[in-house]
Design a protein around this ligand. Structure first.
Ligand code: DAH
Length: 344
């Protein structure tokens, strides 16, 4: 009996040794350690063994099955480690490989400027108004008449403004100032709004001029609004947009819809005021027009100029963007060349 057990052990050890994979090892485990195994049958047959031999034989069977089990487990662990190493090797992430590049779009420089300016004016108490009060396809009445622009004013000329061939008196707006009139017609003071948008002019395209560009219109109408308020608000805007270091000046000007009127210039960023082609040698670049709303404009929308006063301004978005980032050709904003856009 003892021999038989030792023989089983020998065979089991040999088969464990020869097992090449986990599947073969499982078969070995089954054969030698399951309920139906030879060893187990021997254990069951112990009662037929002479009583004095039983403890020894019993102990030996137990010992052998424990030994087989330990070896099977050890070998299983080896297989597991081999498999694990193989997977680690195969699935290893090489962090030095270039990653898959997912290009994604970003905000256009003009939109960025508009957002920035809108945020500054919101901080100064102005509200952003909706497009319904500033259509791009406009009737002359809002683009010119109600803004006190005389019938024979050169701005109305087809040389300057795009007229519809189909509908009489319909233009592509040449300024965002139409937003002022529409806003004043649709609400009562206090009015404190800004309105950004596209404007169109019939001009020959150059580094400084495009047929399409953007403006931001501002309007503040209330009791006791003064020219001092205008200067205060615009100076604060300039400080927040350019930082305090950029020299600016207010210059006396004329617009049909404001009296008095002023234009604001910023020192040319290309030549730092020395004079260059960009600033036509003057050292200054105009960024906005402004003034106290003309009493005629208030009267035309039924606001009493003896009770209310206001100021208005209109600024060029391209100009402001060019000045901030030293861009020297307005056409770059419209070509959508990714090499240009990526720099913002
Ligand atoms: N609309 C003028 C332009 O396009 C700019 C402007 C000047 C707007 C004075 C205003 C203003 O609101 O008060 O040149």
């Amino acid at each position: 009996m003892e021999e038989k057990i030792l023989q089983i052990k020998k065979e089991a050890l040999q088969e464990i040794e020869q097992a090449e994979n986990q599947k073969m090892l499982d078969d070995v485990r089954n054969k030698y350690l399951s309920r139906a195994s030879e060893l187990n049958n021997l254990k069951k047959g112990l009662k037929d063994v002479a009583p004095e031999l039983r403890p020894k034989i019993g102990a030996l069977t137990n010992e052998v099955s424990k030994e087989i089990e330990a070896l099977v487990n050890q070998k299983a662990e080896e297989f597991y480690q081999i498999e694990l190493n193989k997977r680690l090797e195969e699935e290893r992430i090489d962090v030095t490989l270039p990653s898959t590049y997912e290009p994604f779009g970003h905000i256009h420089p003009l939109t960025k400027t508009i957002n920035e300016i809108v945020e500054i004016f919101e901080h100064l108490g102005f509200s952003l108004i909706k497009n319904e009060f500033s259509p791009e396809v406009e009737v002359e009445k809002y683009n010119f008449d109600l803004l006190n622009v005389p019938k024979e004013h050169p701005a109305r000329d087809v040389q300057d403004t795009f007229y519809s061939k189909l509908a009489k008196n319909v233009v592509l707006r040449s300024q965002t100032s139409n937003a002022q009139v529409r806003q004043m017609q649709n609400s009562r003071p206090p009015i404190k709004i800004i309105s950004p948008g596209r404007v169109y002019r019939s001009e020959s395209v150059s580094a400084r001029k495009n047929n399409l560009f953007h403006q931001i219109e501002g309007l503040y109408v209330d009791k006791n609004v003064t020219f001092g308020d205008l200067k205060g608000v615009l100076n604060e805007f300039i400080r927040l947009y350019f930082g305090s270091s950029r020299p600016t000046r207010f210059r006396n000007s004329f617009f049909p819809f404001t009296e008095p009127s002023a234009e604001v210039d910023v020192q040319c960023i290309m030549c730092q005021g020395k004079g260059c082609p960009t600033c036509s040698g003057t050292g200054w670049l105009e960024i906005l027009g402004s003034g106290m709303v003309d009493p005629n404009v208030l009267r035309a929308v039924d606001i009493d100029p003896d009770v209310y006063t206001g100021f208005a301004f209109g600024m060029g978005v391209e100009r402001l963007t060019m000045l901030k980032y030293a861009v020297d050709d307005i056409r770059l904003f419209f070509n959508n060349d990714i090499r240009f856009l990526n720099q913002f």
